[in-house]
Ligand binder design. Structure first.
Ligand SMILES: [Zn+2]
Ligand SMILES: [Zn+2]
Length: 331
């Protein structure tokens, strides 16, 4: 197999040949068909997340086809197409796992961070954390189109639930997650207000094309107070701005795994039962719920594809905001 490997944070990923991995008990191996590039991969590559396993193969939006099955795997077989997400393993016995909040597990493994991910021609996963994707026709069911759903879509789904049932929703940072969530929110009958980097007219037009009723810079106030706002941009300075944009009782959801520091702000901006919450990881239930609904919602992902060997270019383009939607690597 070949993989793009991070040896040390801050260095480019290195094109590496390795022996084909074998699935252990309870594991599957897939031929990687496509793997999305997430902002979290940038945080791993930059060393902004503590204690990665090194060397590591990043990538946690894997669409693959099973080509080997380890002992004791139930319900999955060779030839099936599956999605492999960020949550790669949970302990099953900690209070969070037992309480139905395995996204907060005390001893988890994360794909592309603490176990090898999908910037590769092959990947091994814990079978219990792989989602059958089925094979359905049409553009929306293609390997590349589905890849961004595995994290941008799933985290987006969880953050949307966390935002509550409010009808007017602000989205700060209109990238891979934002452009998927906007479509889900519209399908749910909400109105979307998109906030981009100030002056980013292209992304504002992109947001309007996906049904946003308003799009503007993150330094602008929306035309009305919002029920909730979700932050996908890793910029702490947006938190006080989002607080000012929501109504009494409104909620600000921070959906990124890493964010720059939140500047101090006046208590009056939090007063009247406004809330700031974060969203961490996903549960398998999130995955099954969302991936089951995705075909009904008719989500159309905007993707830019790169050959696997061009993973460093994809990461650089993500950092610089050179594409709309999501980047996807194709081996
Ligand atoms: Zn646990
Ligand atoms: Zn991700």
């Amino acid at each position: 197999m070949h993989a793009m490997v991070l040896e040390r944070p801050g260095e480019p990923l290195a094109w590496t040949e390795r022996p084909d991995p074998l699935p252990g008990p309870g594991e599957i191996r897939v031929e990687v068909l496509a793997c999305g590039v997430c902002r979290t991969d940038l945080h791993v590559a930059d060393g902004e997340l503590a204690n990665p396993r090194l060397p590591i193969v990043p990538g946690h939006e894997i669409v693959g086809r099973i080509d080997a099955v380890g002992a004791g795997v139930a319900g999955l077989e060779v030839g099936q197409r599956v999605g492999i997400p960020w949550l790669g393993h949970t302990c099953g016995v900690c209070p969070y796992c037992v309480g139905g909040r395995e996204n907060l597990c005390d001893a988890p493994l994360f794909t592309g961070y603490t176990r090898d991910g999908g910037f590769a021609t092959a990947a091994v996963a814990d079978a219990r954390f792989a989602f059958p994707l089925g094979d359905f026709g049409g553009e929306a069911g293609g390997d590349v189109a589905l890849a961004p759903l595995l994290c941008a879509g799933l985290i987006g789904w969880r953050s949307l639930a966390m935002a509550g049932d409010g009808e007017s929703l602000g989205i700060y940072g209109f990238g891979a997650a934002g452009h998927i969530v906007a479509q889900v929110a519209r399908w749910q009958g909400r109105r979307v207000f998109a906030f981009t980097s100030p002056g980013d007219a292209a992304t504002q037009a992109f947001a309007r094309s996906l049904g946003a009723v308003w799009a503007g810079g993150s330094d602008e106030a929306p035309p009305e107070k919002l029920d909730a706002a979700i932050l996908y941009a890793p910029v702490g300075a947006l938190v006080p701005l989002a607080l000012k944009a929501v109504k009494k009782g409104g909620r600000v959801v921070c959906a990124g795994i890493h964010m720059s520091d939140i500047p101090r702000f006046a208590y009056a901006d939090l007063w009247e039962e406004r809330q700031i919450v974060s969203v961490a990881n996903l549960t398998r239930k999130d995955g099954l719920d969302f991936l089951g609904l995705a075909p009904k919602i008719g989500i159309v992902t905007q993707t830019t594809t790169y050959p696997l060997q061009a993973a460093n270019q994809a990461l650089a383009d993500l950092r610089a905001g050179r594409f709309e939607g999501a980047a996807v690597l194709v081996p």
